[in-house]
Structure formats: C-alpha cells, structure tokens
Design a protein around this ligand. Structure first.
Ligand code: HEC
Ligand code: HEC
Length: 390
C-alpha cells in the first residue's frame, strides 16, 4: 500500500461510539460530541430514555423476524459500526439482498435513507421496510398483528411500551415499535475519532501519514470532501439547525456496462425510482465515519478494501475487464463532475505508486516512468469538515 493510500485511508479511521443517553429529569438531553448539531427529531416522536431503552430491546430481538432467526442487529452489528461484514445482506429465510447492509452510526443525521431512495426520509418509516419487505425477504413478518401479538405476551414489553407511550390506549402497536426503534437509532452517535481529536487541537492524534491523507481528502484535486463533507463526512445530511435537509445522489463510475454509463440491471440506483436517465447509477454518498470497520464497500459490497476504493477513485472510475459487468467506469458519461478526472493517475493513465505532497508529482510509477507521465497537480487549499458546503 503506498504512502498516499495509507494516508488517505488513515484519515478516515474512525472512532468510538458515544451513546448519548444522558437525561435530566423529564427532559431528553443530547450529550453530543463537540461541534455536532442536535439531530432533527420528528415532533410526533420525542426522545425519552424509556423509549430508547425499548428501541434497543426491539432492535436486538429475534421476535422481529417471522422465523425468529434475525433481528435488526443481525445485519447491523455494533462491532462493524452497525453493518454486517458481508458484501450483500442475507435475509432470515436465506434470500440474498442485492445490497450491502449500511452502517447506522450517525444515522440520525441522514436526510435520505437506504442507498438510493429519494422518498424515505424518516427512520420511523424505514424500520418497516426490513420487517415487511418481500423483495428480498429480510425479517419476513407477514403483518403487524403477528408482531404486536408476540410483544403483548411479554410483561417487560408491556411495561416498557406503557412507560414510553403513556396515554396511548393500546401502547403496543406497530407504529410505536417503529417509533421506539427510530429513537434508539438516533442515539448511535459517533464523533470521537483521531480526526475529531486532532480537529479539537490534539496535534498528536493523527500520524504524519494520516495528516497527508487529510490534506489529500480535503483538496480540490481529490474532491472527496465535496460529497463526504461536513461533520458527518456525507452530503445527504439533516439536523435541527438546517433550514431544510440537504440531499444528493452521485454516480461514481463504478460500472459502465454499455459504454453509455449503464449499471448492471440488478441495481441501477436512483434510476429505478425516478426512471430519469440522468439518475442511472446514482447512489447516496455514505458517511465515512467508522469506515475502517465497515468493509466491504459500496452499495453492492463489490469493493473489498479501502485500498480498493482508493484505486477506484484514483482511476476516475472502476474498470471491469471481463464478464457481464465488463466496462470502463472511467469513461462513463454519467460520472459525477467531481470525478471527471482521474486523480492520482496521469493523463496517460499510468498509475503513480505515490504522490509527493510537496510537489504533487508522482514519486514513481508502477510501469512507465514518472517523467514521461508526470502527475500535474497543483497544491490545493485545505478545507476542513465543518467548513465545507455540507
Ligand atoms: C437482512 C439484513 C438486514 C436486516 C435484518 C435489517 N437491515 Fe437495515 N439495511 C440492510 C440493507 C441491505 C440496507 C440497505 C438497503 C437498501 O439500500 O435498499 C439497510 C439499510 C438500513 C438503514 C438505512 C441507513 C442509511 O444510512 O440510509 C437503516 C436506518 C436500517 N437499515 C435500519 C434497520 C432496522 C431498524 C432494522 C430492523 C427493523 C433493519 N435495518 C434490519 C440490511 C438489513
Ligand atoms: C461525486 C461525489 C463523490 C466524491 C467526489 C467521492 N465520493 Fe466516495 N462515495 C460517493 C458515493 C455516491 C458512494 C457510494 C457509491 C456506490 O455505492 O455505488 C461513495 C462511496 C465511498 C466509499 C465506500 C463507503 C462505504 O461505506 O461503502 C468510500 C470509502 C469513499 N466513497 C471514499 C471516498 C474518497 C476517499 C474520495 C476521494 C478520493 C471520495 N470518496 C470521493 C460519492 C463520492
């Protein structure tokens, strides 16, 4: 792994979870990392300690799957920042999902939910999708009554629902299950990485290599921060202080199966929902917090390592040599404008083994000489998360 790659990868290394369950009497109090805004909380689902506790219990309960083999936590495991380590998820009856399970850290700040959906914007609504979805089957519940009946026989649930939804005539309802899970998910806050500590003044928190990666990450040359910017390293962001949620979907040139930018028929991103040609291959830029533990990567888990992700961006899009998905992503006309140029490769597409931070030139190349194919990159101004547009 080259120095530049290590650096670029290291700056993304993440952090510890800091569950923020502090509460003053009667009032929910967020205990957020410095610089983090309060999440926007729907008025019909205020936070409370009891509700979060109930939501956590539900999140880990196999009763949420019809055959009692899976819970939300099966595919969203804390040790992987609440993803599952698989390329693509496998549901409770063994059906394969076409997509990679998403990390849930800081999901309270996601303005759009799932990989490519412009409509699902509330955690309360999203929670119902894995419970009842049948293409593919995830938790496989046939209906809400089945779940409500299961929970009703458990005295602990009766107590927790009654406390969390005091005043409801029938506190155990599907709606309240989704509300409690959403309240729990909003507490999965992560914001104490080495990067955060460095940003707060601890100059020893980042290695020299990571600092070089940070410079590259926030440079106009690599452009990473345009889509993975702000405190959450994402650009589909919402929080209580924003006038309205920010949202964006991008084609990163991961596929180009027809020379015109098409993605494989199984998953064409936002295009599936809108039918607009420009939405082909457009996906949400996921938050890069905790990205060190969320492998494999991308919406279909098709890149195994962070090194591989950097290779994809370095080439300005992935080239697949053979098979049904063969094609040069770097030539895709649908690729986002921030990825128009290959970033570490020269115009002749000769890969630089590493790039000098001081000169922006290739130190050496893996095949041809650097002098024949210099990486002509100016040094770019550094922008930090929190000062970028998102
Ligand atoms: C079988 C594995 C599986 C199970 C079980 C599962 N999920 Fe997921 N989850 C996924 C996959 C795969 C995605 C991406 C889906 C997509 O893009 O269509 C996802 C996406 C999400 C997202 C969107 C995150 C974001 O940043 O946009 C949330 C929130 C979520 N799941 C919560 C839950 C909750 C709550 C449960 C339990 C009720 C649950 N999941 C059960 C696999 C699973
Ligand atoms: C034009 C917007 C854009 C830019 C610029 C961009 N990304 Fe991304 N990034 C995305 C999108 C969209 C995805 C998901 C693509 C997919 O799954 O098809 C993604 C995925 C990733 C992932 C995988 C995350 C995961 O959980 O699977 C990593 C890591 C990543 N990008 C790092 C970077 C780095 C490093 C740079 C700079 C070299 C960069 N990105 C530049 C939009 C962007």
């Amino acid at each position: 792994m080259s120095t530049a790659r290590i650096a670029a990868a290291s700056v993304l290394l993440l952090l510890s979870l800091s569950p923020n369950l502090c509460k003053r009497t009667g009032v929910w109090q967020w205990n957020l990392p410095k610089g983090f805004p309060e999440p926007r909380v729907p008025v019909d689902n205020p936070m409370s300690r009891e509700k979060v506790e109930l939501g956590r219990r539900l999140f880990y309960d196999n009763a949420l799957s019809q055959n009692r083999t899976q819970a939300c936590a099966t595919c969203h495991q804390q040790k992987f920042a609440f993803t599952d380590g698989r390329p693509q998820a496998i549901g409770s009856t063994g059906q394969a999902h076409s997509r990679n399970s998403m990390a849930l850290t800081n999901v309270a700040y996601a303005s759009r939910l799932t990989w490519a959906n412009n409509l699902v914007d509330r955690l309360e609504d999203q929670a119902l999708l894995p419970m009842f979805g049948d293409a593919p089957i995830e938790l496989g519940l046939p209906d809400g009554k089945t779940l409500v009946d299961r929970l009703n026989v458990d005295p602990r649930y009766r107590e927790l629902f009654a406390k969390s939804f005091a005043g409801d005539a029938a506190p155990i309802s599907l709606r309240n299950v989704a509300r409690a899970i959403a309240a729990f998910e909003r507490t999965l806050i992560s914001g104490n990485s080495a990067y955060d500590r460095y940003s707060r003044g601890d100059t020893a928190a980042l290695s020299e290599s990571a600092k070089r990666g940070m410079t590259l990450f926030f440079s106009e040359r690599l452009e990473c921060f345009h889509c993975h910017g702000g405190f959450n390293f994402a650009d589909s962001v919402d929080h209580a202080k924003l006038p309205e949620p920010e949202r964006a979907f991008h084609n990163t040139g991961l596929y180009n199966v027809d020379g015109k930018g098409a993605y494989p028929a199984g998953d064409r991103g936002l295009y599936k929902q809108t039918g607009k040609p420009d939405d082909m291959g457009r996906f949400k830029a996921p938050s890069l917090r905790n990205v060190a533990v969320t492998a494999p990567y991308m919406h279909d888990g098709s890149i195994a390592t962070l090194d591989g992700v950097i290779d994809h961006y370095a080439a300005g899009g992935r080239t697949i040599e053979s098979g049904p998905n063969a094609g040069a992503g770097s030539d895709s006309p649908l690729k986002d404008k921030f990825l128009q140029q290959s970033i570490i490769y020269s115009r002749r597409r000769v890969p630089c083994a590493s790039v000098s931070i001081s000169t922006g030139r290739c130190r050496s190349t893996s095949s041809n000489s650097a002098s024949r194919s210099p990486c002509r990159h100016r040094r770019a101004p550094i922008r930090r998360a929190g000062t970028s547009s998102s």
